[in-house]
Design a protein around this ligand. Structure first.
Ligand SMILES: *[C@@H]1O[C@H](CO)[C@@H](O)[C@H](O)[C@H]1NC(C)=O
Ligand SMILES: *[C@@H]1O[C@H](CO)[C@@H](O)[C@H](O)[C@H]1NC(C)=O
Length: 330
């Protein structure tokens, strides 16, 4: 359009307008090239704040909202009362973040219903690298040569990394239960290839069976995020760690229960079995004078000879103290 205007020269004002727009066109083209080059140089430092923005959605259908150019509208994550700012992550820092939304407005409540009912995801995104003033003010979503939007979610754009928050809960007639404890996982690109950049991100509610909160319009809602960073696209195997824990605790349990069992056995033997045997032994002595019952190695009952070795040999020393002192029988 600008080209056509320049070649036809219909009037001075049109010429000026077209020159201006042509200049704007060049500037836009340049700024599209420029930030990309600069983006390559920018990298997050450890602890650097990463802003989270999310798709704006209509409250009647949950449809995402596009601007006049057809681009998806991303707006700040709601303000957390803890910080007075929208949710921010810190590059490379594992931490727990509480984000309390002070007042669940009527529109936001309806959006919560959409998220929980899976009519629409809570679709957010974070800058893959720190945004330069250029990149944040100009194209959030790149357009291709035919002016078609590409990478609606930012996924085909290297500028942003999608962060979809899988918020769960249950819907009731008058309120919703929101599973408000969330894990938020972030993968940084390996340092060797592109240090200080984000590779992937995801968030999801955990323990929705037990950890949830009831929300009605006007309530506050605290989201508890457990943020964990991984230095590569690979997740560590968590199960092995859990297995190791079980192994250790099982071992300790076994040792403890073995100790307890031994104690019970000793107590039983000393408190119950031994006195009974001694009683029986005493009875035997008083009665017909038969020896033991053959528990030990000897086996066959014999007439006692005062040492009791026939009957109690198997039980070590317990029998001797009593029997040896009793002298003779028969
Ligand atoms: C989100 O979209 C709605 C409807 O178009 C609009 O009223 C609202 O201002 C938008 N939110 C922000 C933060 O721009
Ligand atoms: C977040 O909130 C929980 C529960 O209210 C609290 O126990 C915890 O200390 C808070 N954590 C931080 C980092 O503020």
């Amino acid at each position: 359009m600008a080209h056509r205007a320049i070649t036809s020269f219909p009037s001075l004002s049109i010429l000026l307008t077209s020159l201006l727009s042509f200049h704007a066109y060049l500037a836009a083209a340049a700024s599209e090239q420029q930030p990309l080059k600069e983006q390559e140089k920018t990298a997050y430092k450890i602890g650097q704040a990463i802003p989270v923005t999310c798709l704006n959605r209509t409250i009647d259908t949950g449809e995402h909202i596009t601007d006049e150019l057809g681009q998806l509208q991303y707006i700040d994550f709601p303000t957390c009362s803890e910080t007075g700012r929208p949710l921010e992550l810190a590059f490379g820092v594992d931490k727990e973040i509480n984000c309390t939304l002070d007042f669940i407005s009527d529109p936001f409540f309806h959006l919560l219903e959409f998220y929980i009912h899976n009519d629409a995801p809570l679709t957010c995104r974070i800058p893959t690298r720190p945004l330069t003033p250029d990149s944040s003010s100009s194209i959030a979503i790149p357009v291709d040569s035919t002016n078609n939007q590409v990478g609606a979610l930012g996924s085909q754009s290297t500028l942003y990394t999608p962060l979809v928050v899988a918020l769960t809960g249950t819907l009731q007639l008058s309120h919703v239960h929101v599973a408000n404890y969330l894990n938020l996982l972030l993968h940084a690109a390996p340092k060797s290839t592109s240090p200080g950049t984000i590779d992937a991100a995801s968030a999801y509610s955990v323990s929705s069976g037990t950890r949830h909160t009831k929300v009605i319009i006007g309530d506050a809602l605290t989201l508890h995020f457990s943020v964990r960073w991984y230095p590569s696209p690979v997740l560590p195997s968590g199960w092995a760690g859990v297995g190791g824990h079980i192994f250790l605790s099982t071992l300790v349990y076994c040792l403890l229960s073995a100790g307890a069992a031994t104690a019970v056995c000793i107590a039983y033997f000393r408190g119950v079995a031994l006195p009974r045997r001694l009683q029986r032994y005493a009875k035997d002595k008083v009665g017909n004078g038969l020896g033991g019952y053959g528990y030990g190695a000897g086996g066959l009952p014999q007439h006692g000879n005062g040492t009791a070795k026939n009957g109690y040999a198997g039980y070590g020393g317990y029998g001797y103290g009593v029997s040896t002192g009793t002298g003779k029988r028969d």
